[in-house]
Every structure is written in C-alpha cells, then in structure tokens.
Unconditional design. Structure first.
Length: 331
C-alpha cells in the first residue's frame, strides 16, 4: 500500500511539473521555475559528493565553468551543436576531476573545502588570462540563431523549462540508482567514518574518485545549459563562487544525503529570493544574503537533517496519531 501511495504522489508531481508551462505564461514566473529546476539539478549533482559522502566541496563551479566553456568554444569556433558540446563538456569535467580529486582528497575537513575553492578560483584566473582562446575577461555572446532546437535555442521559455526538467530527472534517476546500490552504502559509510569504512574493506579513494567524476559530469551539463539560456559567458559568470555556495546551500537546507533534499531546499530558497526581488526590486542583494543566512542557521540549529528530516518527522507523527492509516499504509 505504501508503494501505491508513493507511485500516486510521484505521478501527481510529474503531471503538475509537466503541465506548469502550459498553464503559466508569465515570462518572469517561468524564469523562476527554470532557476528552481536548474539549481535543483546542480544541488542533486553536488549532493552525491557533499551529501552522501560528506565531502564538503565548495569548488563545483570549476566543473560548471568547464562544461560551459567547452560547449561554447565548440559552438562558436567550430559550429558544433551544444547538445554534443554538453556531453563533451561533461567528459572534460570528468577528466579534470581526476587530478583535482587526487590533490584535494589527500586533505580532509576544512582543508579539503579550502582546496576545492582554490581549484575553482585558479581555473577562473586561467580563463581570464587566455584572451585568444577563451575571450578573456570580456567574455562573448552566444550567436542568436532564432528558433534552432538542434543548437539548443528556442523561442519560448517553456522549451528551456522542459530541457532543464529533463536534466533534473536524469540527476534524480542517477542518484536513486546510486543510493540503492552498493556504492550508495559505501558512500554513507565513508561519510560517517572513512577510517572505519576502510577498515572493513571499503576502497574509499576509488569510491570518492568515481562519485566525484559523476558529480563533475552532471555539474558540467548544468553549465552548458546555463550559458545557452542566458546567451553569454565570461569567467566571472562561469566560475562564480556563488554557484558552489548555492549548490551546497540548497542541499544542506533541504537535507543532505537524501534524494529530494536539494529539490526541496531549492524550492524554498529560490522562491524566497524571487519574492524578495518582487517586493524590494534591485536592492535585494544584502537582504537576500541575510535571509539565506537566517534560514541556514535555523536549519543547522534546529533541524540538522534539513527540511526532509522535518517532513519525515511530521509524517511519522501523523502515522502515530492515526494508527488505522498506518496499518493501511504498511499493510
């Protein structure tokens, strides 16, 4: 019976998100929905590494930027479709994660976090200097071809909505498969106590390397989508530290190490950001950061398991107060 409830809830959610662009036609609202889906996807990618394995990386902007620049260079210089460039960018990010991971995984705790920040910032400086290769600090605009689905360019925001929805579905599917596999159990063991995990035979370096590659690949896909959506790229945009922070923040608020945690966290934070922007206009910068900080402190102090932990607790409380429904659900 519980499985039926889950299938019904999932089917209802899918129906709502698929129908949303057909019902909502306001460009500003659709832009908010696209941002929610995009940062949910980035959070899902980060959560594989930072949530399940508890390796607090704040350098995922490195892979976001590598994916963005790979696809853009292939499109602008060689006329190759961003759909192909997206996969190529993911492969480049995976390959880059090998030496970066080899260096950073030698460190633990805050030292690992600082090292990941440094790698992302170093890559941004590299792309700032190579003006002939990557347009330097000025960046470049993506050639506007009008309606060209094969080049990932669409006339309506609804089309972009469905593309990023597909990316999020891919990220959730991969996470679900990993979570239920032996790798998922190994990741949780590493996150709880890496030394103890190695003592019982878990090859921690290999597991962390593999999950880092998967996380980097997915993050690079988001980078390609983003630059195609805004039609512009420069190092400050592609390697922005705020991307790394947002990826971690939505996962922590929603619930690290859970399938839906990054999605729930993104819905809360991006909706809050949109409401502040709507109410206060262009003066939301400092206020938005303050609100984000307050939400984060509240979660850490009162709900360390995030919003998903709160939802799970509320559901258990409901079943406790309604034993007949509990028997039906589990029966």
């Amino acid at each position: 019976m519980a499985i039926r409830w889950k299938i019904f809830a999932l089917a209802l959610l899918v129906a709502v998100v698929l129908a949303l662009p057909q019902v909502v036609h306001d460009a500003f609202a659709l832009d908010i929905f696209i941002r929610i889906l995009l940062f949910s996807f980035i959070g899902v990618a980060w959560n594989l590494m930072g949530g399940y394995a508890k390796q607090l990386s704040l350098g995922h902007a490195a892979y976001f930027g590598l994916g963005a620049y790979t696809s853009t260079i292939m499109q602008v210089d060689f006329g190759i479709s961003p759909w192909i460039g997206m996969i190529a960018g993911g492969i480049v990010a995976m390959l880059a994660s090998l030496p970066i991971g080899w260096l950073c995984f030698r460190l633990r705790g805050p030292y690992f976090t600082i090292a990941t920040i440094a790698t992302a910032q170093a890559l941004m400086l590299v792309f700032l200097k190579f003006r002939d290769f990557a347009w330097g600090a000025e960046g470049t605009t993506i050639p506007n071809l009008g309606s060209s689905p094969l080049m990932m360019q669409f006339e309506t925001k609804a089309s972009y909505y469905y593309v990023v929805l597909g990316l999020l579905a891919l990220g959730l599917l991969i996470t679900d498969r990993i979570e239920k596999s032996w790798m998922g159990y190994y990741l949780v063991a590493i996150g709880e106590d890496e030394d103890a995990a190695e003592a019982i035979g878990v090859n921690a370096p290999r597991i962390k390397r593999d999950i880092y590659m998967i996380s980097a690949f997915l993050t690079a896909l988001a980078g390609t989508f983003y630059v195609q959506y805004i039609y512009f790229i420069d190092p400050a945009t592609a390697f922005s530290f705020s991307i790394s922070i947002e990826a971690a923040l939505v996962s922590i608020v929603g619930g690290i190490g859970t399938l839906w945690g990054p999605v729930v966290g993104t819905v809360l934070l991006e909706t809050t950001s949109a409401l502040l922007q709507s109410w206060l206009g262009s003066s939301t910068g400092g206020i938005q950061l303050t609100v984000y900080a307050l939400i984060l402190m509240a979660v850490i102090l009162w709900r360390p398991t995030g919003l998903m932990g709160l939802i799970a607790e509320a559901w258990r409380h409901y079943l406790h107060r309604n034993p007949a429904h509990a028997r039906t659900t589990h029966g």
